[in-house]
Ligand binder design. Structure first.
Ligand SMILES: [Zn+2]
Ligand SMILES: [Zn+2]
Length: 240
């Protein structure tokens, strides 16, 4: 399923797993995430249905290195030669198709997802701006859900990956992909300056970012702070 949520901003909603976004600019298409590898053909049909030509993809951002967001990216990269942007702490697992860090292999959640290695053309740390046609895309470092998570700000749209969803929910917190609850709370706190933007999340529908989303997500993320230390789990080093 594909819908145009703002002029030139398309939300691709695969049957399960990560959302994908396509921004149409005067100099080609910009992708944010790719969905699972298994959904690539369905997504390709969606794009064609909306009149979007995959040969015009100029750049692709990866919000974080989870298989529901990067699974198909290696394939898009191979088929259409897309240059990929990812955080420096996400790039190695993406390039190596690391099955643990990307959560491609989660036997107890019944997940075993295909994953192609995907070269990363631009390793970013946050603060970089990419210009494609009339649009600019600013990279914001946003650790918490994973150590290599980024948000992308483009005009009134903010791509937030798995940091906070329309219901105030948050992404899975797990040491295998470098979740850090303290960083999570700080990242959410910094999102206050984007209140009113259209948040485009990694799961679920786009929504206007309001204070209650941030507060709800902060309370979920804070929940992990005490048990993470109290039960003897090592704290992932903060990337700050
Ligand atoms: Zn996800
Ligand atoms: Zn995730």
């Amino acid at each position: 399923m594909i819908s145009e949520v703002r002029p030139g901003v398309f939300w691709v909603h695969p049957p399960a797993g990560g959302e994908m976004y396509v921004v149409k600019t005067t100099a080609g298409l910009v992708l944010v995430d790719s969905g699972f590898f298994e959904h690539r053909e369905l997504i390709l049909d969606d794009l064609r249905q909306a009149g979007l030509d995959p040969r015009e993809i100029a750049l692709a951002f990866i919000t974080h290195a989870h298989c529901d967001h990067i699974g198909g990216m290696g394939w898009w990269q191979q088929e259409f030669g897309v240059p990929v942007v990812a955080h420096m702490h996400a790039a190695d697992p993406i390039e190596q198709a690391d099955r643990i860090v990307t959560a491609a292999e989660l036997p107890f959640a019944n997940i075993s997802s295909a994953l192609l290695p995907c070269p990363v053309a631009h390793r970013v740390q946050g603060g970089e701006t990419f210009t494609v046609g009339e649009r600019s895309f600013e990279v914001i470092y946003a650790p918490g859900h994973t150590i290599g998570s980024i948000h992308i700000l483009s005009g009134q749209e903010l791509f937030v990956g798995d940091t906070v969803y329309a219901n105030g929910g948050i992404g899975w917190v797990d040491i295998h992909w470098g979740s850090n609850p303290e960083d999570y709370v700080e990242t959410l706190e910094r999102m206050r300056k984007f209140l009113g933007k259209l948040a485009l999340a990694g799961h679920g529908e786009p929504y206007e970012l309001l204070m209650h989303h941030i507060e709800q997500a902060k309370s979920f993320a804070s929940f992990y702070i005490l048990p993470a230390h109290g039960f003897g789990m090592p704290r992932v080093p903060s990337a700050y």
